[in-house]
Ligand binder design. Structure first.
Ligand code: ATP
Ligand code: MG
Length: 302
């Protein structure tokens, strides 16, 4: 459904725009319907840049991004863009910044109505809103007619997801949607994402939180300095991380179900097979090696 092929993003930086920062390097990945793909990596590894390119907020410097077969960089004009956003929506880290404090929070729904459903009757619209709120498990009594400051971060985050669901979206880009929430609300929002996945939505899930993030994701993509260090089914990547960077990242994460002493003991008893990583001929490509079925490891780009 969503396919990134050899996507690069170079930002111009510095006072005169003379510097170049390679934020995303040769990223190739796919998101299928009903699949949650996690983008994992430290701050500055290019996760949000990838999300913004998928949402058409930034153009790739090279490479292509196909959604249902169409290269999204060729989408021009208001009507075509509107159509794209009826299928692909994003939700971001800080729910508070997505709301204008002087307007009631449900105004974000009205904006969808005026753009996409101007002819819908009040009664039908109300039904639609109630259905979307039901899906994100929000009680309309608690959230409608309220100002943003009267709602919690988790409620606002779910309102934003409900807004996306007013449209018949196929793909959601969720960029750090749980990082500002407290632990129990995080689980709620993750459960919600799991429900959406069950309904066939593809989700690109950007996260710092490996211990919770792996709980919803089918595929994990570990990014390092904009390039893919490792990618594969989440179970394989987490149980058998092959790239030194992934091992380092995963070793920094306290796991919910095992202690690190147990993990270390397991690793010592059964060390993961070392993979030989080829050297890139030119620094513009970041080839991946298929170490086991569906489990890819990138070359080290120190
Ligand atoms: N508009 C921009 N202009 C120049 N450089 C940028 C711009 N946006 C991001 N960058 C740089 O590109 C790199 C990748 O940024 P990006 O926001 O994609 O990282 P991230 O993985 O989302 O990080 P975080 O976890 O902190 O959100 C960083 O070095 C960042 O400073
Ligand atoms: Mg980011």
């Amino acid at each position: 459904m969503l396919e990134l092929k050899h996507v690069h993003k170079v930002y111009r930086v510095g006072a005169f725009g003379g510097g170049r920062l390679r934020a995303v390097r040769d990223v190739t990945l796919t998101v299928r319907p009903g699949e949650v793909v996690s983008l994992i990596g430290e701050s500055g590894s290019g996760k949000s840049t990838i999300g913004k390119m998928v949402l058409g907020l930034l153009r790739p410097t090279s490479g292509s991004i196909l959604f249902e077969g169409t290269d999204i960089t060729t989408i021009r004009g208001f009507a075509a863009k509107k159509d794209y956003y009826s299928r692909v929506q994003g939700v971001f880290q800080d729910p508070f910044s997505s709301f204008n404090p002087i307007f009631k929070a449900d105004r974000v729904f009205e904006m969808i109505r005026s753009s996409y459903f101007p002819k819908m009757s009040d009664a039908d619209w109300k039904d639609k809103v109630l259905t979307a709120l039901g899906t994100v498990r929000l009680d309309p009594e608690n959230v409608l007619n309220k100002y943003p400051h009267q709602l919690s971060g988790g409620q606002l985050q779910r309102l934003l997801i409900a807004r996306a669901l007013l449209l018949d979206i196929k793909m959601l880009v969720a960029d750090e949607v749980i990082s500002m929430l407290d632990a129990s609300t995080r689980i709620d929002v993750l459960n919600l994402l799991a429900d959406l996945k069950e309904r066939g939505l593809g989700i690109l899930f950007v996260t710092h939180d490996l211990s919770l993030g792996n709980y919803v994701s089918d595929t994990s993509v570990i990014l390092r300095k904009g390039a893919i260090a490792e990618m594969g089914p989440t179970g394989r990547v987490f149980d058998n991380p092959l790239h030194p960077y992934s091992r380092h990242l995963l070793s920094c994460v306290p796991q919910l179900h095992r202690t690190w002493a147990e993990v270390d003991a397991e690793l010592a008893a059964d060390p993961p097979e070392d993979v030989v990583l080829p050297i890139a001929e030119d620094d513009h490509s970041a080839p991946l090696v298929e170490a086991e079925e569906g489990h890819f490891v990138g070359i080290d780009q120190a």
